[in-house]
Write a protein that binds this ligand. Structure first.
Ligand SMILES: CCCCCCCCCCCCCCCC(=O)SCCNC(=O)CCNC(=O)[C@H](O)C(C)(C)COP(=O)(O)OP(=O)(O)OC[C@H]1O[C@@H](n2cnc3c(N)ncnc32)[C@H](O)[C@@H]1OP(=O)(O)O
Length: 192
């Protein structure tokens, strides 16, 4: 039984309908930004999470715990596990709804220890939408899609405009990011 607070998603949410141009089932999502700590290939000690669109509005992600991710000897750091879920949940919102969104709230339940060398299989689903707010949750299972649940998480993501990133982030890096995505035929400025 979950120990998390109930009322999730809140009563005023509507079902989340994937964007018509959301990637189809079976699509491997790859990195969304090479410097992203969650998925970027250029971050040596990053999490290198890979995600795929499964079916029925589910996104499955895999995270293998490395030696750079430890808290206690031989065990994953809880904050890094929360990071893995932030990435998996954010990828679910961004890819299925195709809305730029940021994490406003992230809750995690750590159910069992996650050893170095193990792979978390994270399955995330959209729970509902209310105006700019998207509710999304996930379970992470140890070493197999049907392995024991190790971590549960849920997040509230808030849709933002591109100006959120250009105003608060590194404008030059944002510009390069836009150019790389556009050159690859990927979307950059999508409004919901
Ligand atoms: C485009 C195509 C994509 C393609 C594919 C992309 C893939 C992409 C993969 C990304 C994967 C990376 C995933 C990592 C994602 C991060 O880690 S993002 C980094 C961490 N997050 C941040 O830095 C966010 C910092 N916070 C903020 O900037 C602002 O607080 C926010 C969240 C934008 C909200 O500010 P705001 O715009 O002024 O809006 P505000 O009115 O305060 O809040 C809006 C609503 O949310 C509610 N709310 C806000 N915060 C909270 C809270 N903490 N608790 C409860 N409710 C809250 C408000 O009450 C309000 O509700 P309503 O009044 O509408 O009912």
């Amino acid at each position: 039984m979950s120990k998390a607070a109930e009322n999730w998603p809140p009563e005023d949410t509507e079902p989340a309908t994937p964007h018509p141009d959301a990637p189809p089932s079976g699509t491997e999502l790859g990195e969304h930004y090479s410097q992203c700590f969650g998925c970027g290939d250029d971050v040596e000690s990053g999490l290198h999470i890979r995600s795929m669109i499964a079916s029925d509005m589910t996104v499955v992600s895999k995270f293998t715990v490395g030696k750079d991710h430890q808290g206690a000897p031989g065990l994953a750091h809880g904050g890094l596990l929360a990071c893995a879920f932030d990435e998996a949940l954010g990828s679910t919102v961004g890819n299925l709804l195709r809305r730029p969104a940021v994490t406003a709230r992230l809750e995690t339940d750590f159910v069992r220890p996650v050893p170095v060398g193990s792979t978390l299989h994270i399955a995330a689903k959209l729970d509902g939408v209310s105006r700019r707010k998207t509710y999304v949750s996930a379970e992470g299972r140890l070493d197999a899609e049907d392995g024991p649940v190790a971590v549960r998480a849920r997040g509230l993501f808030v849709t933002v405009g591109v100006e959120h990133f250009t105003k608060h982030g590194d404008a030059d890096a944002i510009s390069q990011f836009r150019d790389v995505r556009q050159a690859a035929g990927q979307d950059w400025d999508i409004n919901p």
